[in-house]
Design a protein around this ligand. Structure first.
Ligand code: F0G
Length: 479
């Protein structure tokens, strides 16, 4: 653990510092985002030894015999077993874990063949196997640890669904009061049901996700006297936890970096975390200099603010001196025009991504690209992933569709190893799946089964059959 950890403004012309013992999530001087910074992070003497320690912790067993924060429980966490690289909390007894991040990298050869990759070239980091069913649990382990560190008791987020599910679960297990703002749009029921079940006070706002997040910033960041701790990814401790996804990817590849990381982009916290993870792994001597993978961030076509800013407006990080005025005028223009994000991938239906600056930085740090894919393509790739045994919600499929597009265009070269981050479980949004396969919403699909016109090319609608043995025989005989 690094006792010298501090919060630092990412603006190179400001670089203000704040202690990690406070909940400041925007620079008090210039308003920019903050990083958790580790001045003491330097090359470790025995990188292979540290990599072995990360893995041995997982094998130590007897996890349930100890409570949260006790040694064996944190060793079994896919976040805290890498705690040397996430060392902002000097007191290990305060680390919060609910068993997050026990996910492993999966080699997906059969799927690879379907999307233009060779054997051993395509991998899925399947984060649906987290306790709340999405990658958000990685970040919540970090943010709840910080909340506990500073004595917060009430936590709040805006969410398209997964953040709220994860927050509600951590709050229920770690003893916090949880508040959730969701938009009146299309939160997937799998996610809403989790927030309700885990006891979060859930407020449905007459507005979209972007409106909810704006309110959260006003309540939590601009009004510290309310004592509400903000759990969205503007919270740099969320980003710290999400770095662990890349540590596990690296572990799965025996610490040989892949060539590409492909991730769906919404609020752009995840891609920001990934780039920070690689820069810090390099500083710690865990990967060789110059061996960072390239990054591809994939937007949904109906929520492609980042894609547009990078590829049409030409926005670049420029060492931190990105064109802030241009971003401001573009967001104002969107406000004026009443432009709203709209996509079947409800998790990433976000028009004003708050981590835009850090995501620009991530592109610079990882020689990254941004693309977008339309809803139909997302749903076809979701079905393709499902057909190959990995259940995912629509947003995740943007990653595979993006990887395929980049491979086809030759941006991802032949023989390059590519890791797609599958961010959330398919059961989060069963309506999207049923609708794809039957062409109908869930309830009516059950009632009308095969009388419907199936939705997509890989549609697998249920077949209606009389309760009759001969009819069943004919069916199974393929008649
Ligand atoms: N995939 C899933 C399944 C998500 O839930 C999200 C974000 C993303 C990708 C995008 O990640 O925001 O770091 O770029 N969901 C948020 C939420 C916004 O409220 O659950 P990002």
């Amino acid at each position: 653990m690094d006792a010298s950890a501090q919060l630092r403004c990412i603006n190179p012309d400001c670089r203000s510092e704040f202690p990690v013992t406070r909940a400041v999530f925007a620079c008090g001087r210039c308003g920019e985002l903050l990083d958790v910074e580790y001045p003491g992070l330097e090359p470790v003497a025995d990188p292979a030894g540290l990599q072995r320690l990360f893995a041995q912790r997982l094998a130590s067993g007897a996890w349930a015999a100890s409570g949260s924060g006790e040694q064996r429980a944190i060793d079994a966490s896919g976040v805290w077993r890498f705690r040397e690289l996430i060392g902002f909390c000097p007191d290990e007894s305060r680390l919060v874990t609910i068993g997050e991040g026990r996910t492993i990298l999966q080699r997906a050869d059969a799927l690879a063949e379907r999307v233009g990759f060779g054997a051993g070239e395509l991998f899925l980091q399947y984060e649906g196997f987290n306790p709340s069913g999405s990658f958000k649990d990685n970040g919540m382990a970090g943010a709840f640890t910080h909340a506990r560190m500073i004595g917060a008791s009430r936590v709040l987020c805006a969410s398209t669904g997964n953040t709220s599910a994860s927050l509600a679960l951590f709050a229920a297990l770690a003893g916090f009061a949880a508040y959730v703002l969701i938009g009146s749009g299309k939160i997937a029921y799998g996610k809403l049901s989790q927030a309700l079940d885990f006891g979060a006070r859930t407020v449905q706002l007459a507005g979209d996700f972007d409106a909810c997040l704006r309110r959260v910033q006003q309540l939590g960041v601009e009004r510290p006297e309310l004592g509400i701790y903000v759990m969205n990814s503007i919270n740099p401790f969320r980003i710290e936890g999400q770095k662990a996804i890349m540590f596990r990817v690296m572990e799965g590849l025996a610490w040989e970096p892949p060539d590409w990381i492909v991730v769906p982009g919404g609020n752009l916290g995840n891609c920001s975390a990934f780039a920070k993870a690689f820069v810090e792994m390099e500083r710690a001597g865990l990967i060789a200099p110059g061996r960072r993978p390239r990054l591809a961030v994939i937007n949904a076509a109906g929520a492609r603010t980042f894609d547009r800013m990078v590829n049409e407006l030409g926005l670049r990080w420029q060492g931190g001196r990105y064109d802030r005025a241009r971003v401001r005028t573009e967001l104002e223009r969107m406000d004026h025009a009443g432009e709203r994000a709209r996509t079947v991938a409800s998790a990433i239906e976000i028009g004003r991504p708050v981590n835009l600056p850090k995501a620009l930085r991530a592109l610079e740090w990882m020689d990254g690209v941004v693309r977008s894919v339309d809803d139909e393509t997302i749903l076809e790739h979701k079905a393709l992933i499902g057909r190959h045994g990995y259940s995912c919600e629509p947003a995740c499929a943007a990653a595979l569709a993006g990887a395929r597009m980049l491979r086809k265009a030759g941006v991802i070269g032949r023989g390059q190893r590519t890791v797609c981050i599958i961010t959330g479980h398919g059961l989060k949004d069963p309506d999207a799946t049923v609708k794809y396969h039957t062409g109908l919403d869930m309830k009516s699909a059950q009632e009308s089964a095969s009388r419907t016109t199936p939705g997509g090319a890989l549609a697998n609608p249920p077949v209606l059959c009389a309760d009759d043995l001969d009819a069943l025989r004919r069916l199974f005989a393929g008649a």
